[in-house]
Structure formats: C-alpha cells, structure tokens
Design a protein around this ligand. Structure first.
Ligand code: TPP
Ligand code: MG
Length: 721
C-alpha cells in the first residue's frame, strides 16, 4: 500500500468521506459495496475461464462499470422499480438479487439461466421476479421500451386500475447503455417521449470512452453526452465519477428523489473504465496504447475503491483478503453448479414462440356473426367499429400512432364544430372520444412522428400487461420500426423462455392501386414479416373478415401484424352488414370464396377480387370453373385448405400484389411441392407485381401492379398446360 500522510489523505478523500457520512454509508455498507464490485469482477473472470474450457460460448464483461452500478443497485428497489439493464450491468443485477449461479448458468446456456433458459448470450439480463425486463443484443432498442414501461403505471393510475397488474405510484424505470449507444436515433426519440410526458425514466449512460474501437468523440457532439443534453427542456442531467461508488451513490440518490417526486426523466452520465477488451472476441491492444490502459487501470473501481478503503483505514488488508477468499469460494461453487446443470431438452426448441395458453386458431375464436343493418358497411367502417367497441370493452387497450387520435389538444374534444382527425384514413375516428367519455383520457393518443417510437413503446406497455393496438400510418414507412418489430416484438416471449411477452396489434394500411400512390404510398411486402418467427400476419380482403380477424387479433395473446389494404377500405364489392360486437374468426382458416373444379387460385388482399373477376371471365368463355381461396392469414397459413382444393382441381395459381421475387407465393409453391406434388397436373404458376417499384404515372402503375387481365392470362396458361 502506498504511504500517504494524513494531510494528503484528508484532502484526497474528503469529498468521498463527506458523501459517505451524508448518506449513512457506514463501514458495513461500504464493505457490502466492495463485495458486490469484487464478486461481479470475479464472475466475469469465471466466465472467461469457462469460455477457455468450452463451458461457456461467449463472454462480455461488466468490468470497469461496477462502481456506478453497485451504487444504483443500493438505491433502486428490485420487484418495485423496473429495469432494462444492458450487457455491462452485471454489478447492478447482482445487487438487485440475480445470483452468481443464475449468471453462470446463462454462460453455460442451461436451464438454470432464469433470464432466457439457454436462449440468450451471457449478460443478457432478465428476471421476472425482480422486474428486470429481458434485454436483446440490439444497442438502443431498450430506451423506447423503457418509456412504454413507465407510461404503463401512469396510465393505470389514471384509470384507477384495480386488477392484477401491479404498479407503484412513485416507481422508477431504469434503462442504461454505453456512450456509443447514445448515437442511436431511438435514444433521442426516447428522450423526447420521456420529457414530453414527464416519465420517471432514469437514463444511465455508462461512458467508458469507447464503442468497441470507436471513441466517444466520434459519437457525441463535444464528446460528452451530459454537456450535449444539458439544456434539453424537461431533462435533469447528472454527471458523476462512475468508478467511485460513493459519488455514484450520491448522484443516484439525488436522481431517485427527483424521479420519485414525479418531476420527469433524469440522465446520469457516469464515467467508467473498460479494463478488459470490448468482449472476448475483441483485443483492445490493437487500438489502445499501453499508457492509456495503465492510466485507466488506476481509476478502475477495483483498484481505486479498494485503495480508498485501505488508505482511509475503513478496511484493512486482512479484511479484504478474507472477503476475496469468501468470494472465490462462492464463485467456485457457482461454477460447479452451473456446469452440472443440464441444457434444455432439444425438443423444446420451438417452445414460447407464441402463447402456449391462448390459441387463436382454436374454436374459442370462432364466434358467429350477428348481423344487423344493411350490407353496406365498408371495410374501413367495420374496422372502426371493432376498434371502438374493443376500446370501450377493455380499458387495458392503448391505441396510438401518428394522427390516430381525434385531437392532441384535449380541450377541442368538446367542440362540436370539429370532427377531429382520427387517422389519415379515418379508421380510428371517434375512438378517442368514446374512451374519453369513459374517463380514460389517454387511452387513445397521438404518438410523435416516429415509427420505432410507436412500436418500442407498445412493446414496453405489452410486457406489463397492457394491450397496445397501434397504427403505422403507411406500410411504406414501417421500416424505421423494423428493428423493434423483428428483433424485439417477435422475440420477447421466445428469448425470455416465456417469462415475458408483448401481445399487441400493429395495424398497417398497405398496398397500391391508388392511382398516384407512387413508390412511397403503394408498397406491399408481407413476406418480409411472414419470414420472422413469432409474428402472426393477417391480411383480410373484405369487411366481414376484417371485423372477425381484427377482434381475434386484439383478444389473442400474440403480436399480430394486421395488414389493411388501403384500396379495399371503401370499395363496394367487399362490404358487409355489421357482424356484431363479439364476432371472431380464428386464424389459420383460409376461405373458399368461390368453388370450382378445374383450377384453384389462392390469393389474399386486393388480389382476391381480381381473381374472382378473372375467373368469371374465363368461366364465361370456356365453361370451366375456377375455385378461389382467400388465405386470410399468412401466419398461420392454411395449407390444408389449398391441398384439399388441389385434390379436386389439380392446378394452382397463386396471386399476390407484392413483388414476384421472394414473395410469399414462392413459399406457397415450396409447401405445395412438399405436401401436394402428387395432386398436380400442371406446374403451379404465379401472378405478382413486377420486380420494381410502383411508379407514379398511372400508365406505369397499371403495368407494374397485377391486374385482372394478368390473372386471366395466367389461368389460361394454367388450364392449357
Ligand atoms: C444495433 C446494434 N448495432 C451494433 C451492435 C454491435 N455492438 C455491440 S456492443 C457495440 C458497442 C457499444 O458501445 P457502447 O454503447 O459505448 O457500450 P460499451 O460496450 O462500450 O459498454 C456494438 C457496436 C449491436 N449489438 N446492436
Ligand atoms: Mg462505451
């Protein structure tokens, strides 16, 4: 131990000692913090050893971040507050109550891993009991989910909720990342949403100076996130030395008080170190100098905090050695238990992709229509009716998106001269008003113009038991939310082994035939979602089906992408009488919309009517009859109904609006090849959009999108084979 005279010591450690005193951090508490820090580091080392022995298959450490995280774990409350910790947050999770055995079981990929049961890499935290929400590997997706989690308690309080979902009036939602991750746009979206809505989100940026090899100066204006954000209205910003658990504790306490008092979000910018490389797959000696690393080693919490405790004579070397021995023993035992714990059985690989309790293909979702009124309600009208009745029936539904509300300024709701917006296609018109009349002021609301914002927040709400029914204004703009949909919404249940889920409905106006819709208001692309395990994909062609399938989507327990063809919203040929307030159609049941003997056309969306029209023309001309099947849902896809039809007709044409190459028809052909090859008398054929973008000029649009005549010609080819 270096010799320090008492005068030097006083000035060196004055601040720490004063802060420790201020917060009642006595010897025992300071020792407990040291224990958490050393145990966390020791567990990283244990995983590194396990990796070398092929008992672990990946390692990313929390080394250098233990100071701030240990402090926060002593301030926030597990099973009360909510947490989305990122991969360096081992010390936080340990402090909250995740055990060393659970951590090392995750490294080994076995059933003792309570975060994911062998499905996610080590350090991908999650713990149902402790309110640690399962985290993916994506840097940046966590922030908007944290907003959704925080909004849940606010909303439940607003509606005076008395059911099974637990929430606390002064709860805090913790979300963290590194310095590099603040470059993601969703970080900024979440700042907006949390500030605008005064959400109790604690953003913690653990700044170790690098994102793998890229220094913070490349990521952040001026190289400091706290300086860059100093003047964001509604955001309280703290900066602290994250290598000092005492200073960090003081900051965390100040932040906690501010948050629990309902003042809105805070951001803690904590300076940390990164003594190990980014992960075991990285070697930072390639891009950091020896001098840099040795300077940093002095600041590293394991060295600096231990030295402080020794030099300030709070602990002596014998006490520290004893602590280290205890930790070594505990970790050794934990390794043994972890390597002795079995992997999940191979046959469980499909478990928890969808809900195991609620099956939307079952008869429970087959309820008869009770028609009333004339058969003249357009698809837009029945969807609007379903949304209104479901919103009224279930206060846990949250409906939002761009322009979805009637008004953002609530005082206008009572203005009889204003009808309100209610969606660019008017599909959600009046939903906010009916909710508002029930006293649920924010059940239906407008999101900012940001698609990832909509989906990320919905995921957060869904994980806490709300039922988000959101709208993406145009399919053409869903792409900024694709990460949230594919890597987050679709995986939440699977990656947490069923502990977390985010059932929600994403309604999306899709498709072309608008005359002038052009490249960015005409897109299709359902196959880009059918390809993702974990999402139900529904694509109705008419009003009656839209009503029945949407109610199933809302009442089932899975994430559902509900595709509403814009061109079909107000057509005359696909209208229905009002099918009543409990009508449901199960998923995975295709419908024979026209029976025939000589060929089968499978279609969905706008191509169903075109298939019917083309079939009628052929029938008149040839006397042959064509069966038309509407797939209705693509995930699950009803191959049986198509095969049954082919036993009779022996010829198949698949029609869809999306591009031909890699479109869903290709998948259907492969399924037919596997399941119905022997029924075929001719090769299956396809009708689809040309493999290009939908151009603005009506003449070009016409040739690019599939028309009745294209279907007609292909049936001729099929029949004459
Ligand atoms: C969206 C996304 N892009 C890239 C990666 C690969 N990646 C994982 S961690 C990381 C660097 C993160 O840096 P920072 O946020 O500073 O955290 P640190 O690792 O330094 O603690 C990158 C690029 C990822 N996981 N997710
Ligand atoms: Mg970093």
């Amino acid at each position: 131990m270096p010799q320090v005279n008492s005068e030097q010591l006083g000035s060196k450690y004055n601040k720490k000692l004063e802060l420790a005193k201020k917060h009642g951090l006595d010897k025992q508490k300071l020792l407990e913090m040291l224990e958490n820090i050393l145990l966390s580091r020791r567990l990283d080392d244990a995983e590194i050893t396990m990796k070398k022995q092929s008992k672990a298959y990946f390692q990313i450490s929390g080394a250098g971040h233990e100071g701030i995280l240990t402090a926060i774990s002593k301030v926030l409350k597990p099973s009360y507050d909510f947490f989305i910790p990122y991969y360096r947050d081992r010390a936080l999770c340990l402090g909250l109550g995740v055990t060393p055995v659970e951590m090392l079981c995750q490294a080994n990929g076995n059933v003792g891993d309570t975060a994911s049961y062998g499905r996610q890499m080590p350090a991908h935290w999650g713990n149902k009991k402790l309110n640690i929400i399962n985290k993916s590997s994506c840097t940046g997706t966590q922030f908007l989910q944290a907003c959704g989690i925080a909004e849940t308690a606010k909303y439940l309080e607003e509606i005076d909720y008395k059911g099974d979902i637990t929430f606390n009036k002064d709860e805090i939602v913790y979300v963290s990342s590194g310095d590099g991750t603040t470059s993601q746009g969703e970080f900024w979206e979440a700042l907006t949403t949390s500030c605008v809505n005064k959400l109790p989100v604690m953003f913690v940026v653990e700044d170790n100076g690098f994102a793998i090899s890229v220094p913070v100066s490349v990521q952040t204006p001026g190289g400091s996130i706290s300086k860059a954000l100093a003047k964001v209205p509604g955001l309280k910003v703290f900066e602290c030395d994250g290598t000092c658990p005492i200073e960090s504790y003081d900051t965390a306490k100040l932040a906690e008080e501010y948050l629990r008092a309902g003042n809105g979000p805070v951001l803690i910018h904590a300076h940390c170190t990164r003594p190990y490389s980014h992960s075991l797959s990285d070697d930072h000696s390639y891009y950091r100098t020896k001098e840099e690393l040795s300077e940093e080693a002095q600041r590293d919490v394991v060295n600096s905090y231990t030295n402080f405790l020794l030099e300030a004579k709070i602990l002596n070397q014998t006490e520290i050695d004893a602590l280290k021995d205890d930790i070594d023993k505990e970790v050794k035992e934990a390794i043994q238990i972890a390597v002795d714990t079995p992997w999940p059985k191979q046959e469980t690989y499909m478990d928890h992709l969808f809900s195991e309790d609620v099956d939307p293909t079952s008869d429970n979702f087959s309820t008869p229509a009770k028609f009333s009124g004339k058969s003249d309600v357009p698809m837009a009208g029945v969807i609007n009716k379903v949304l209104k009745t479901e919103v009224l029936k279930n206060p846990l539904i949250r409906m939002f998106g761009e322009d979805v509300a009637d008004f953002s300024e609530l005082n206008k709701l009572d203005d009889e001269k204003l009808s309100g917006k209610g969606g660019v296609f008017k599909i959600t018109s009046g939903c906010q008003r009916v909710a508002h009349d029930k006293g649920r002021v924010s059940q239906v609301f407008n999101s900012p113009l940001a698609e990832a914002n909509i989906i990320g927040r919905a995921i957060g709400m869904g994980t806490r038991g709300l039922k988000p029914v959101v709208e993406i204004q145009f399919f053409d703009y869903i792409w900024t939310a694709y990460m949230q949909l594919k890597n987050e919404m679709a995986t939440m249940r699977y990656r947490s082994g069923g502990d977390f889920s985010c059932p929600m409905v994403v309604r999306v106006p899709i498709g072309g035939y608008l005359k002038g819709g052009s490249i960015y208001h005409s897109q299709s692309g359902e196959s880009l979602f059918t390809h993702i395990p974990g999402i139900r994909v529904v694509f109705p062609s008419n009003a009656e089906d839209a009503a029945g399938l949407l109610r199933t989507a809302i009442r089932c327990d899975d994430p559902v992408l509900f595709l509403e063809h814009k061109h079909l919203y107000y057509q005359g040929y696909n209208r229905s009488a009002d099918p009543g307030d409990d009508f449901m159609i199960p998923f995975g049941k295709a419908k024979v919309v026209k029976s025939g003997e000589d060929a089968t056309i499978l279609a969905w969306g706008a191509l169903v009517q075109k298939a019917i029209d083309a079939s009628k023309k052929i029938e008149e001309e040839t006397g042959k009859s064509i069966e038309v099947i509407d797939a209705r849902t693509l995930v699950p896809f009803d191959i049986e109904t198509v095969c049954e039809s082919l036993k009779k007709t022996h010829r198949l044409l698949v029609c869809h609006e999306e591009h031909k190459t890699s479109g869903f028809a290709g998948e259907v052909m492969a399924l037919i090849n596997e399941n119905a090859f022997e029924y075929l008398d001719a090769p299956p054929l396809r009708v689809a959009s040309k493999d290009t973008h939908v151009a603005y000029c009506p003449g070009l649009e016409e040739v690019i999108l599939p028309q009745v005549d294209d279907v007609y010609k292909k049936i001729q080819d099929l029949l004459s084979y």
